[in-house]
Design a protein around this ligand. Sequence first.
Ligand SMILES: [Zn+2]
Length: 59
Amino acid sequence: MSERAAPFYCPYCGDEDLRPNETGHGAWECASCNRAFQLKFLGLLTRGVQRNHVEGDGI
Ligand SMILES: [Zn+2]
């Protein structure tokens, strides 16, 4: 599973001028507010999908 989740907007200033940070691993930096942040996949929510044992899309 890929960890490449690309943000569209800076979570701090809302600007779209984001670029990958050199540290990688979901790290991004905002050229507008000069902040660096990191996206991290924490896992699936325990309440998850309504059904048990859903494999595939489940939508
Ligand atoms: Zn920003």
